[in-house]
Design a protein around this ligand. Structure first.
Ligand SMILES: Cc1cc2nc3c(=O)[nH]c(=O)nc-3n(C[C@H](O)[C@H](O)[C@H](O)COP(=O)(O)OP(=O)(O)OC[C@H]3O[C@@H](n4cnc5c(N)ncnc54)[C@H](O)[C@@H]3O)c2cc1C
Ligand code: FES
Ligand code: FES
Length: 482
């Protein structure tokens, strides 16, 4: 087995001897690469952002991630580029140059993180093709195709965002010979099996399961966006870490399912949300509504779909959406696979039916999908905030009658749950204002919401009912019967 190492700005850096709880940010800063900063240590500020070479089809995508959350050991065999690797004072990268001349940096604390998020967008292969210099003003996209959501996970406390946006929208296309642009046409580094003191990256599912059997006290990590916060802010330490984010059997995306063509969408548990978003495109409209509201691009580049469900947060965003879609989970263990409905997966506050040594392998979404779907997230900020309440809904309306209604809720009980009483009120009824009003009243009484710092119980209940009313209002005048 080769010596564990990560390539940083083109230079191999050994990982042997790096303590298992050292994150990528601390590793880099210990190497003297002090551009990336620690602002929050919990994935909120983006001051620590760096670029990682991740697979994108046969090529590579420069993908920005929060270095404060990722264990250094998880980057064995990978390539990282930091702000220092993009340019130097005498030879600024175009992103750095634009930020400098447009006043996009004052104290500079946030700047290296912005530089990395912006560089990823600068190199995004389809950015230029989306550019439309003749398009009218678009608050979220520049005339060069730059998507401002790319920097939604980067905070700046002193400059103000307009000069940063000006810099982003002034960027041209990479020039011929740009080494990072050229690197994208080659394959990303293949995952390597890693063994470090207290840390293992298995080569495949069989090895992952046998490691879990050998180490019953092991902590499974995927994108580490939950685990990294636990380790940084709550000082949690794992006896042994098994990283499953590159296990090939957990990274498939198929529209056929195992039972034949068209039976189900199957989404590998270790795919990041950004990968699922790109892989599904608009084919699952309900999920397409979730992505922009889920954390930031930086978090979605690491967070996995399996991690979001296995962590069993009552305010996780994917559970309400996937409950509405009647998703099922494939769980893998040494005894083989079993399938459980997502509705039966959560057993209590942050507990699930997962047995020791068992992994979430994939999420199955039955098809055909319901025709009428929505996702409503109530939070204190529109973007990059955790839900107070979330509602996913998937209905089929035939000849003006609701023939199937599925509603998933988050934030109103110890677990995500289905709104079964509301579904019963809706099914078989005419799809109209009277039914919606009656159902909204019942929906407001679902769950057992509590008062906490995010919202009061009364507010949460009111928001449930209003989610249905608001959806109805948005649909007004649209032909929904098929
Ligand atoms: C700044 C920030 C913003 C966030 N915003 C949101 C948000 O808007 N909405 C939201 O829902 N969440 C949000 N989160 C939470 C988090 O990003 C998600 O829960 C994420 O999807 C977890 O996935 P992960 O791969 O990073 O999990 P990890 O942190 O790697 O693991 C989380 C848990 O899942 C277990 N696990 C992971 N994969 C598997 C598997 N295949 N099988 C069995 N167990 C597994 C791990 O053992 C661990 O207990 C946010 C987090 C941060 C830090
Ligand atoms: S230090 Fe704030 S996101 Fe990493
Ligand atoms: S320039 Fe000071 S925080 Fe952004």
């Amino acid at each position: 087995m080769p010596e564990p190492q990560v390539t940083v700005n083109g230079q191999a850096r050994p990982l042997a001897g790096v303590p298992v709880h050292t994150n990528v940010l601390d590793l880099l800063r210990g190497l003297g690469l002090t551009g990336a900063k620690e602002g929050c240590a919990e994935g909120e500020c983006g001051a620590c952002a760096v670029l990682v070479a991740r697979p994108d089809g046969a090529g590579t995508r420069w993908t920005p991630v929060n270095a404060c959350l990722v264990p250094a050991a998880a980057l064995d065999g990978q390539e990282v580029v930091t702000a220092e690797g993009l340019g130097s004072p005498g030879n600024l990268h175009p992103v750095q140059a634009e930020l400098a001349v447009r006043g996009g940096s004052q104290c500079g604390y946030c700047t290296p993180g912005f530089v990395c998020s912006m560089a990823a967008e600068y190199y995004r292969a389809d950015r230029a093709s989306l550019a439309d210099p003749d398009a009218g003003p678009d608050p979220e996209h520049g005339p060069n195709g730059f998507d401002l959501h790319a920097i939604g996970g980067n905070l700046c406390r002193c400059t103000g965002y307009r000069p940063i946006r000006d810099a982003a929208w002034a960027l041209g296309a990479p020039v011929p010979g740009d080494p990072l642009a050229e690197r994208q046409s080659g394959p990303a580094p293949a995952p390597v099996a890693t063994r470090l003191d207290g840390f293992a990256r298995p080569a495949d599912l069989a090895e992952a399961l046998s490691l879990l059997a050998e180490h019953p006290d092991a902590t499974v990590v995927a994108g580490s966006t939950d685990w990294g916060v636990e380790a940084n802010l709550r000082g949690r330490r794992a006896a042994y870490v098994v990283a499953v984010d590159r296990v090939p059997e957990l990274r498939g995306l198929s529209t056929d399912g195992p039972d034949g063509p068209g039976g189900a969408l199957e989404i590998g548990a270790a795919l990041t949300l950004s990968e699922v978003e790109r892989g599904l495109g608009d084919s699952v409209p309900l999920l397409a509504q979730v992505w922009p509201l889920f954390a930031s691009r930086l978090i979605r580049n690491s967070a996995t779909i399996g991690g979001n469900l296995a962590t069993a947060s009552p305010i996780g965003d994917l559970a309400p959406a996937l409950l509405a879609l009647e998703a099922r989970l494939v769980l893998a263990s040494a005894d083989g696979d079993r399938e459980v409905p997502l509705a039966a997966f959560f057993t209590g506050y942050r507990t699930t039916v997962l047995r020791p040594g068992e992994l979430v392998r994939s999420v199955r979404v039955p098809t055909p999908l319901a025709r009428l779907t929505t996702f409503r997230k109530v939070a204190k900020r529109r973007y990059d905030d955790i839900s107070s309440v979330a509602v996913g809904a998937a209905f089929d309306v035939v000849d003006g009658t609701v023939v199937r209604a599925r509603i998933g809720l988050g934030g109103v009980a110890a677990t995500p749950l289905r709104a079964l009483r509301t579904e019963a009120v809706l099914e078989g009824r005419a799809w109209g204002e009277e039914t919606v009003e009656e159902a909204a009243t019942v929906l407001a009484s679902e769950g057992t919401p509590i008062d906490d710092q995010r919202a009061s119980a009364a507010y949460r209940s009111a928001m449930l009912g209003n989610a249905l009313r608001a959806w109805w209002a948005d649909l007004a005048g649209q032909e929904v019967a098929r």
